[in-house]
Design a protein around this ligand. Structure first.
Ligand SMILES: Nc1ncnc2c1ncn2[C@@H]1O[C@H](COP(=O)(O)OP(=O)(O)OP(=O)(O)O)[C@@H](O)[C@H]1O
Length: 339
C-alpha cells in the first residue's frame, strides 16, 4: 500500500453570498444564501514512501486545502484518505507523529521563546529520544546553520532565519512524510539554495516529500513527480521528464559557425526545423521538435558546410509548460503517454 492514498477526496466550503455594505449584511441576516465552493474535487493520489511530489496549481486551485486534508486539519466532505494506513482527521494525534508540516506563510515557533526552547518543547511533545534529538540537530545545523539562531527569540528572526528554524521544528521528530506549503516564499536566493539543499538531503534519507510551490526552481531541484491541480481537480500526474518530453519537445540549438553559411543553406539541410540568424555574423539558431530531429543529426548536417566553433542547446523549462497550462493555452491529459 502507498504511504499516502487519496481516493475521490473532496472538500467543499459554504461561502456566504452577501451583497456589499450594510444593506447586504441586513438582507443576509434575514435571507441567508450561500455558494458552495468545491476547493478539492474528487482528487486521487497515491504517493509511495521516498517519493518527492510537487503539487502545483494557480492561486485558489486547492493546494493548501489538500494539504490540510492530508494533515487532518480539515475533514473531507467525501472521499477517502489514508496516510500510512491512518485516517488523518479521525486519528489526528497518531497522524501528527508520522508527519511534518511547514506552512511558509505561518510559523509554528513559540513567538516569545528562543528557537532552542521551541525545539526542546517539540522534543518533549513528541518524546524524541535524547540521542536522536542531538543527532538530528547536528544534521540540520550542517545545512541550515541553526547554531547562530538558537538563542534568538522567534519574533526577532528575519524571514529566512524563521524559515530555517521552522524547517527544523517540522522535522525534529523524524516524520515519515513532510508536507511543505511554499517553503521558499519570500526568501533570498542564498536561503532558498540552503532550503533546497536541505530538502534534497531529506529525500536522500528516504523521507517522503509533498511540496506546494509557485517557485518552479523548487520543483526542478527537489522533485521527479509533478501533480498539477486546477479548480480542485488533478489535471496532470506524472514525471517531470514526461511533462517535458510530451509537452515541451521544442529544442533550440545555437551555433557559432566559421565560414560563409547562410540561413537558406541551413534551412535546406533541415526542412523540418526553423532556422534563424543570430545577432552576430556566423550565429544561427535551429529550432526543432526533438521527436523529428536530434542534435547529432543537426551537427552531422552542419559539419560539411562549415566549421562549428560553438554549440549551445536550450533545454525546455518546466515553467514554460506550466505557465501555458495556467493560461489555458495547453490542456494536459491526466495520463500522458510519452512521445
Ligand atoms: N475556509 C474556507 N472557507 C471558504 N472557502 C475556502 C476556505 N478555504 C479555502 N477556500 C476556497 O477554496 C479554494 C481553494 O483554496 P486553497 O487555499 O486550497 O487554494 P491554493 O491552491 O492553496 O491557493 P494559493 O496558491 O492562493 O494559496 C479557493 O476558492 C478558496 O477561496
Amino acid at each position: 500500500m502507498a504511504l499516502v492514498e487519496a481516493h475521490h477526496l473532496t472538500k467543499t466550503f459554504r461561502r456566504p453570498d452577501k451583497a456589499p455594505g450594510l444593506r447586504g449584511s441586513v438582507t443576509h441576516l434575514v435571507r441567508r444564501r450561500f455558494t458552495t465552493v468545491r476547493a478539492v474535487d474528487r482528487v486521487d493520489l497515491s504517493i509511495e514512501a521516498g517519493e518527492a511530489v510537487a503539487y502545483v496549481g494557480p492561486n485558489g486551485a486547492g493546494k493548501s486545502t489538500t494539504i490540510k486534508l492530508l494533515t487532518g486539519i480539515v475533514q473531507p466532505t467525501s472521499g477517502h484518505v489514508r496516510v500510512a494506513g491512518r485516517d488523518p482527521h479521525r486519528e489526528r494525534t497518531a497522524n501528527a507523529r508520522q508527519i511534518g508540516v511547514l506552512f511558509g506563510q505561518r510559523s509554528q515557533l513559540w513567538w516569545d521563546l528562543p528557537v532552542r526552547e521551541s525545539l526542546a518543547l517539540l522534543r518533549d511533545m513528541y518524546d524524541v529520544p535524547a540521542a536522536a534529538y542531538r543527532e538530528r540537530l547536528a544534521r540540520f545545523d550542517a545545512v541550515l546553520a541553526l547554531d547562530e539562531i538558537m538563542p534568538v527569540v522567534a519574533r526577532k528572526l528575519s524571514l529566512g532565519q524563521r524559515m530555517r528554524a521552522d524547517l527544523a521544528c517540522a522535522l525534529i521528530h523524524g516524520p515519515r512524510v513532510v508536507y511543505l506549503d511554499e517553503p521558499t516564499i519570500g526568501l533570498d536566493i542564498a536561503v532558498k539554495d540552503r532550503v533546497r539543499k536541505f530538502l534534497r538531503e531529506l529525500r536522500a534519507d528516504g523521507t517522503t516529500l509533498m511540496l506546494t510551490t509557485h517557485d518552479l526552481d523548487d520543483i526542478e531541484d527537489t522533485c521527479d513527480r509533478i501533480v498539477i491541480i486546477d479548480h480542485g481537480r488533478v489535471i496532470y500526474d506524472g514525471t517531470l521528464a514526461q511533462v517535458k518530453d510530451t509537452y515541451a519537445r521544442q529544442r533550440n540549438v545555437h551555433l557559432q559557425l566559421a565560414g560563409d553559411v547562410t540561413v537558406p543553406d541551413l534551412a535546406a539541410r533541415f526542412p523540418a526545423a526553423a532556422v534563424s540568424a543570430g545577432p552576430s555574423p556566423g550565429e544561427f539558431t535551429v529550432a526543432f521538435d526533438k521527436a523529428a530531429l536530434t542534435v547529432g543529426q543537426i551537427l552531422a548536417g552542419v559539419i560539411p558546410l562549415a566549421e562549428v566553433v560553438e554549440v549551445r542547446i536550450d533545454e525546455p523549462a518546466i515553467e514554460d509548460v506550466i505557465r501555458k497550462v495556467y493560461a489555458g493555452e495547453l490542456v494536459l491529459s491526466p495520463t500522458p503517454t510519452p512521445s
